[in-house]
Design a protein around this ligand. Structure first.
Ligand code: NAD
Ligand code: UDP
Length: 324
């Protein structure tokens, strides 16, 4: 039997999804990219359209769809706080109804299905770094809940379809990932700081900048996701993927200023409600089961990301929401 598969990537036109499609197309698989283009644009996958093994479908995962595939990567969901908080009801529907629709498809065609979950399932963590066994500290009523609780409910659905219907699942908990093709107006910290630096605007630090994040370069992350999909069937996760090197937001801002040579100044704005104070993945499981660890240092990944931001015409990008 051929090892080439029919693979569906939902959210396939997004920042991570488009790179995943690119990798899978290059491996020779038949790739179907499904997206409603809420936070992305066709230009992210335009270079793949001429490939005979790539197909693009405009569709919303909230609605059922019937396709025959061997594997599904469920990446569809707005990921930046300004995007997922714009229409919180739609966000939670995307996670929950999207999971139900795709798990139903996986059950029907016996496909393997991977859920892009998130470090946000740990909320504002009391345990540091965060292992997969930590159950998290999420405010179910706050402005981040539509995303955090939606992703938590999706994990529950994945486990229940696995236990009840023997669906072959994978769950990956992705920690902050950055790189070329991030939306310049997504409001996430790396894209915001680089865009502000290149446009000579003030760099907006929320709070005092002492909160931490651990930034993973997108190529490392995509490698880990593909390894998890191809891992033995007893490795279903959840598995953390992220870079354990931890930085304060102020350190990140200073690095971006130094690397871009901008004259931009730091300005301080209020910390958004429920903003996690620290975050760093424990990647012991990924190392053990996937022999995976990130290899790109923040400075090297930022260099590539800055080069990409310099190369694009930002006026060609539509801000998906007014919240950036
Ligand atoms: P992104 O916003 O660039 O990509 C999400 C894609 O999903 C976009 O193309 C968007 O148009 C599409 N989408 C949104 N709602 C949809 C719907 N209802 N139907 C169909 N398509 C829809 O963000 P990203 O960073 O590439 O994130 C991809 C996935 O990884 C998301 O599920 C996100 O939650 C997860 N994730 C990302 C990070 C990160 O740091 N980048 C961290 C944790 C989890
Ligand atoms: N942040 C910031 N300035 C910005 C955007 C974000 O200081 O212009 C902070 C934000 O408050 C958070 C961190 O950077 O503490 C990471 O934010 P992001 O939205 O990238 O991701 P998340 O909070 O979901 O990890």
């Amino acid at each position: 039997m051929s090892s080439l598969k029919r693979i569906l990537v939902t959210g396939g036109a997004g920042f991570l999804g488009s790179h995943l499609c690119e990798r899978l197309v290059a491996q020779g698989h038949d790739v179907i990219c499904l997206d409603n283009f809420f936070t992305s644009q066709k230009s992210n996958v335009a270079h793949l359209l001429e490939k005979p093994n790539f197909e693009l479908i405009r569709h919303d995962v909230i609605q059922p769809i019937f396709l025959e595939v061997d594997e599904i990567y469920n990446m569809a969901c707005p990921a930046a706080p300004g995007h997922y908080q714009y229409n919180p009801i739609k966000t939670i529907k995307t996670s929950v109804m999207g999971a139900i629709n795709l798990l139903g498809m996986a059950k029907r065609c016996r496909a393997k299905v991977l859920q892009a979950s998130t470090s946000e399932v740990y909320g504002d963590p009391e345990v540091h770094p965060q292992p997969e066994t930590y159950r998290g500290s999420v405010n179910p009523l706050g402005p981040r809940a539509c995303y955090d609780e939606g992703k938590r409910a999706a994990e529950t659905l994945f486990m229940d379809y696995h236990r009840m219907n023997k669906v072959n699942i994978r769950i990956v908990r992705i920690f902050n990932t950055y790189g070329p093709r991030m939306h310049p107006y997504d409001g996430r910290v790396v894209s915001n700081f680089i865009r502000q630096a290149l446009q000579g605007q003030n760099i907006t630090i929320f709070g005092d900048g002492s909160q931490t994040r651990s930034f993973c370069y997108r190529d490392d992350l995509i490698e880990g996701i593909i390894r998890l999909m191809n891992a033995p069937d007893n490795v279903i996760g959840p598995i953390n993927l992220g870079n354990p090197d931890e930085f304060t937001i102020k350190e990140l801002a200073e690095l971006v200023i130094e690397m871009t040579g901008t004259k931009s100044k730091l300005v301080y704005q209020p910390l958004p409600q429920d903003d996690p104070t620290r975050r760093r993945p424990d990647i012991t499981l990924a190392q053990k089961h996937l022999e995976w660890r990130p290899t790109t240092k923040l400075r090297d990944g930022l260099q590539k990301t800055i080069e990409w931001f310099r190369s694009i015409d930002m006026t060609h990008y539509r801000a998906p929401t007014p919240n950036y």
